[in-house]
Design a protein around this ligand. Structure first.
Ligand code: 5GP
Length: 113
């Protein structure tokens, strides 16, 4: 698996505003926020895309969603927020280290753009 800038954030080689960390994941504020709350939750394991996850990653994937919900709630924007996982460049993925976007603090439309 290739190294991305998110691995460098995990390793403190480049700075980020970290809001949560444990042995499995890291959460930090997006450098180009698309909403008042825009946080990325990433596994420390460098899985490039959700489709690259394996059966052995099942608990890790659940952990990311559990923590995303807790982090979103702790930010104080209520229970209206959106979780997004872009898979592949055609879907808007630009960093190939799996990440869950937490977006909140504004209204959202459906379908997404
Ligand atoms: P994607 O488009 O891959 O789903 O999302 C990647 C996200 O990473 C984008 O929202 C982008 O703004 C964010 N991002 C890219 N580089 C950096 C960085 O160096 N630091 C932080 N905090 N976020 C970044």
């Amino acid at each position: 698996m290739s190294t991305t800038l998110f691995s460098k954030i995990i390793n403190r080689e480049i700075p980020a505003t970290i809001v949560y960390e444990d042995d499995q994941c890291l959460a930090f504020r997006d450098i180009n926020p698309q909403a008042p709350m825009h946080i990325l939750v990433i596994p420390k394991k460098p899985i490039p895309k959700i489709v690259d996850a394996q059966a052995e990653d099942q608990a890790l994937l659940g952990h990311l969603l559990l923590k995303a919900g807790e982090i979103a709630t702790s930010e104080g924007y209520g229970d209206a927020f959106r979780l997004v996982v872009n898979n592949g460049a055609g879907a808007g993925q630009t960093v190939f280290h799996l990440h869950v976007h937490i977006l909140g603090g504004r209204g959202f439309s459906w379908p997404p753009g």
